[in-house]
Structure formats: structure tokens, C-alpha cells
Design a binder for this molecule. Structure first.
Ligand code: HEM
Length: 536
């Protein structure tokens, strides 16, 4: 590893939590696109509760009566020739829902939790409303293993928001929330975030063939570089220079490559049984190498940023604020931001542009709002002029309804719950299939139509479906104390880049096929990015 002076200190909350990997391929396989794994230990929840004796609980049906496939059925289904062989999570959801209904039980093996799939929004509400102060959404086993077991001399028990649970998660989240969840800490980044968006336009101009309107490079790579440059600005207080690839330094490129590698490899090690704990294959070594590289380069950038901190003044940047609260938390949080903030935001950008491209009348409606906002395309975006962008916000929300970043949300039941009329004991994993419901007419009228108006209060008179939905069916950033910590930043980033792109270009989709998606750690646009950009 690269030598660094930076070491993370141990804290009271950084107690080491050894995680048993999930040793059950089938359950992993069926939950494989969740943002989490299911190697859950009920002891993440502290304290004892009295057994429930209320009428709801007593009158509910027995847990064992929840319908679902036997392990044998699962094994048979996933073998070549089986009904589930090579299915996506969406196809798998459809298959089991048709067969078993709106709540389905998948058996765990000895010492492992069962997993329920529910398609009932009142269950979603029950799960979320009964979260404890430390909601459990397990996942990224290989990252937790790396930080806690492989490199304990660097991390000393601090494994970050993405992977930690219980008290350790609560400790970190309490420190980070006041910085990351406050609008007044995120919004001051607007001019710098807008600066990157403007550079992105310069980059598009340079790589665009003015005759065909097509880019000479892959738009999804461009979108990732934009997202990475922007999240690094906040996480590392540093400009990496990725908008001008030729000039950007090798270390910045290496960091973004390592994060892309983490995204492509990590999923596989979530899905397979964790043999990698005992025998490191070449692939797993590659993943560890990516983790090493992310750790080293991030630490290097943070050390450089620290040299610039003005010790006498109040911390201005997000990194500085976090650093003043807790140095170790700042470092691990910066890494988590970089890991969670590239593919998510870039996917949301590509999907929004796609839906606006195939709905040109909505794009024109949006452009009217943007022209009123910025009569000249190069005028700066400010606190003031970005306050009133209801149509743009409606477009982003509508995109995340159609194609959220995750198929569903996941929690370990924090208490004994009654779900769909069944008694569900605390500790069972519950997967809430939000994307299926948010794409269904039963929960969103005219669900197949891209209707940004449905999110706009003032459109109620003209759009009959406006504001008519169950809030638990639409949770693109999750819910409750464990909701996405980057939500405010992601929204600001998306708004800024979309203003800049759509104020500069008319965008259309010239592909013969619709935009494709792959479903690994998250739902990501894939295949050819058939966008055509016409300069306005
Ligand atoms: C459009 C962009 C994004 C979407 C749709 C998204 C969505 C999500 C979702 C659904 C979760 C799980 C929440 C839950 O379980 O309740 C999550 C967690 C998380 N996100 Fe995001 N995210 C986005 C961008 C970002 C960005 C830019 C960052 C970095 C600054 C980030 C950092 C995180 C972290 C650290 C967590 C774990 C939080 C915890 O467990 O305490 N996300 N995100």
C-alpha cells in the first residue's frame, strides 16, 4: 500500500463487529439487487422488549403460514431450464408475486434470517414506522470485511455508514447528519457545482459532432466523470480536473477507475457465498486492490486538503466541518461519499435525460421554465434563481418513480410486526418492492406516462393525477433515520446539470431500442447511449 501518515484512531463506537457472511446462495441470489445483504444478527438491536399481547398481534395469522417457495423449488428454479434461470430481480418478483401473492417468505438457513418480499405499501409503512433508532440495512459485506478485518490497522473499527450497524452506525450518523442533511451546508456549494456543470457543457461542445449531434465518446462515461468530479468537490474539497481528461492527473483517474471497479466487482461478492473470507480468488484480490487504492488516494487528497484548512476560522467546506467534528469520521465519510455518489447520480442524470428525450413536449415545457430562469444560457445559477424550478423537480421525481436507483428498500424488522395480516418476528429481513408498485396503475394512475405534472401542486387543476399517491410507494432515497445521506447534494447536482444541458441543447433519443438497464448493486443505464444533442 502507498505509505501515508494518516491513521484512523479507534473510538468508543468503533467496536469491532465481526459479520458472518451469508452462506446461502439462493437467498442471496433472490435478493441480489437489494442495496444490502442479509447476514443479519438480531443482536444489532439492543435492549429487550415485552412480547406483544395486543389484539392486532394476537389476531394475526401465524408467521409460518406466509406463503413462499421451498428451498427445493428455489434450487430447481435457478438451475438451467428452471423458471428463474438468469432472471432479473424484476422478472423474479413478477414470477413469485403471481404464484404466492403480495407477501412471500423465503426461508433462511440455520442461524440466518428469513426474508420476506412484500408488495403491500401498508407493510412498508409499518416497517418504517417501527424502526428503532438504529435501523438495520445490511450490505457491502466485502467492504465491511476489508475495513474491519483486512485493514484493521487503518480503520480501527470504523466501517462507515454504508456497512455499519447498531451503535456504531448511530455514532457515525449522529456526527454526519448535522453537516450533510442541512440545506445551509450543502447549498453554498452551488457556484462550484455549477462551475463543474458549465465545464461539462464545454466538454460536450468539444466532443460533439455538430452535423450528427452525436458524441465521440460514451455519454455514460462522461456522466460518471461529471458526477465524480462533483462529489469529490464536496467529499475531498478538491477539484480533480476530470472535465478535461487530458489535463487531469493520473491519481484522480485511478481513483475513479477503482470506484468503478468496486461497483462492478462488489456485487458479485455480495451474491456468492462468502468463501472469499477463507480463500481469496484472483477476482477477490482485485476487489481488495480497488479498496486499497480508494483508501490510499482518498487519504492522500484529504491530507492535502487539510493543509489548506484555516485552523482559526470556522470550517467552511463539508469536509472541513466533518473534520472538525471527528477526523476519523471525516475520512471514512469521504470514502463513502465517493463510493455512493458517482454511479447513483450519473444513472439518475442519464435516466432523466432519456425520459425527456422520448417525451419532447415535456422537454419543451421544461425549457420554458429554464429560459425564464436563465434568459441567457451562461448566466450563473444562484440561490435566488434556483428556488423556483417546479417543473424541473417534477421531471427528476418522475424519473425516479419510473427508474429508481434501487428496485426496492430493505430493512431488518426492528420489532415484532404484523405485516399483511401475519405475525412477523423481529429480526426477519423485509424487502419492500417499491419500483414494481410505483410503476403500477393501482398506485400511480397512468403509471406508464411520464407526467412531471403529477408532482406539482399548482398543476392540480389541469392534471387530475397530481399529488395522488401513497407516499410509501415512492421512496427513491429511502426513509427515516437511515435515509440517503447524500440526498440534498444529489438533488442539487442533478438540478444544476440538467439546467445547463437543457438550456444549451435540445436532446433526443435516436436509438432503435429503448434505454437498457443492468441490475447489479443498483439499477444502472447500460448499452448504447443513443442521445443526439442539438445546440440551441
Ligand atoms: C440520485 C442519487 C441517489 C439516490 C437515488 C440514492 C439513493 C439511496 C438509497 C435508496 C439509500 C438507502 C436509504 C435507506 O435505506 O433508507 C441510500 C443510502 C446512502 N446514500 Fe444515497 N443515493 C443517491 C446519491 C447519493 C450521493 C450523491 C451520496 C454521497 C454524498 C450518497 C450517499 C449515501 C450513503 C452514505 C448512504 C448510506 C446511508 C446510511 O446507511 O446511513 N447517495 N442512497
Amino acid at each position: 500500500m502507498m505509505r501515508t501518515n494518516f491513521t484512523l484512531l479507534t473510538t468508543a463506537a468503533g467496536r469491532k463487529m465481526t459479520k458472518n457472511g451469508l452462506d446461502q446462495l439462493l437467498v442471496r441470489r433472490i435478493t441480489n439487487s437489494l442495496p444490502c445483504a442479509q447476514h443479519v444478527m438480531v443482536d444489532y438491536f439492543e435492549g429487550k422488549e415485552e412480547p406483544r399481547t395486543d389484539a392486532d398481534w394476537l389476531n394475526a395469522k401465524d408467521y409460518k403460514e406466509i406463503p413462499g417457495p421451498s428451498n427445493f423449488e428455489l434450487i430447481r428454479g435457478y438451475f438451467p431450464g428452471g423458471a428463474l434461470y438468469k432472471t432479473t430481480i424484476k422478472e423474479m418478483e413478477v414470477h413469485f408475486r403471481k404464484k404466492y401473492g403480495d407477501i412471500i417468505r423465503f426461508n433462511g438457513t440455520v442461524g440466518k434470517t428469513d426474508i420476506l418480499f412484500t408488495f403491500n405499501p401498508s407493510d412498508f409503512e409499518t416497517v418504517f414506522r417501527n424502526e428503532t433508532i438504529w435501523p438495520v440495512r445490511v450490505g457491502f459485506q466485502s467492504l465491511a470485511y476489508y475495513r474491519l478485518e483486512k485493514r484493521p490497522h487503518i480503520f480501527h473499527g470504523i466501517d462507515g455508514l454504508l456497512t455499519s450497524q447498531g451503535r456504531a452506525w448511530g455514532y457515525m450518523r449522529n456526527k454526519v447528519n448535522p453537516v450533510m442533511m442541512k440545506v445551509q451546508n450543502i447549498r453554498p456549494n452551488l457556484p462550484a457545482v455549477d462551475g463543474i456543470a458549465q465545464e461539462f457543457i464545454e466538454r460536450l461542445d468539444a466532443i460533439l459532432d455538430p452535423h450528427t449531434g452525436r458524441l465521440s465518446t460514451d455519454f455514460s462515461e462522461e456522466a460518471k466523470m461529471w458526477a465524480f468530479e462533483t462529489v469529490a468537490l464536496v467529499a475531498l474539497n478538491t477539484r480533480l480536473g476530470l472535465m478535461s481528461r487530458e489535463k487531469s492527473n493520473a491519481m484522480a483517474l485511478k481513483l475513479s477507475e477503482s470506484i468503478a471497479e468496486f461497483f462492478s466487482l462488489c456485487y458479485y461478492y455480495e451474491v456468492i457465498p462468502p468463501f472469499w473470507r477463507y480463500f481469496e480468488t484472483a477476482g477477490f484480490k482485485k476487489l481488495i486492490k480497488a479498496y486499497d487504492s480508494i483508501t490510499e488516494i482518498t487519504t492522500h487528497y484529504i491530507e492535502k486538503a487539510m493543509e489548506q484548512f484555516d485552523q482559526s476560522a470556522e470550517g467552511k467546506s463539508v469536509l472541513e466541518k466533518l473534520y472538525r467534528i471527528d477526523k476519523n469520521v471525516a475520512v471514512v465519510m469521504a470514502m463513502d461519499m465517493l463510493m455512493a455518489g458517482m454511479d447513483t447520480t450519473s444513472s439518475a442524470l442519464i435516466s432523466t435525460l432519456y425520459f425527456l428525450s422520448i417525451n419532447p413536449e415535456k422537454q419543451e415545457e421544461l425549457r420554458k421554465e429554464l429560459i425564464a430562469l436563465l434568459p441567457e444560457p451562461n448566466m450563473p445559477l444562484t440561490e435566488e434563481n434556483t428556488k423556483n424550478m417546479p417543473y424541473l423537480r417534477g421531471c427528476i421525481k418522475e424519473t425516479l418513480r419510473f427508474r429508481p436507483i434501487a428496485n426496492g428498500n430493505f430493512r431488518i424488522a426492528g420489532r415484532d410486526l404484523v405485516l399483511s395480516g401475519y405475525r412477523v418476528p423481529k429480526g426477519v429481513g423485509v424487502y419492500m418492492a417499491t419500483m414494481t408498485l410505483s410503476n403500477s396503475d393501482a398506485y400511480f394512475e397512468r403509471s406508464a406516462e411520464f407526467l412531471p405534472e403529477r408532482w406539482i401542486k399548482s398543476a392540480k387543476a389541469t392534471c387530475p393525477v397530481s399529488q395522488k399517491h401513497n407516499p410509501f410507494v415512492y421512496l427513491p432515497f429511502g426513509f427515516g433515520p437511515r435515509t440517503c445521506i447524500g440526498k440534498r447534494l444529489a438533488e442539487m447536482e442533478l438540478e444544476t446539470i440538467l439546467v445547463r444541458i437543457l438550456r444549451n441543447y435540445r436532446v433526443s433519443w435516436v436509438g432503435e431500442k429503448p434505454l437498457e438497464y443492468i441490475n447489479n448493486l443498483i439499477l444502472q443505464p447500460a448499452g448504447e447511449m443513443s442521445f443526439k444533442f442539438e445546440k440551441l
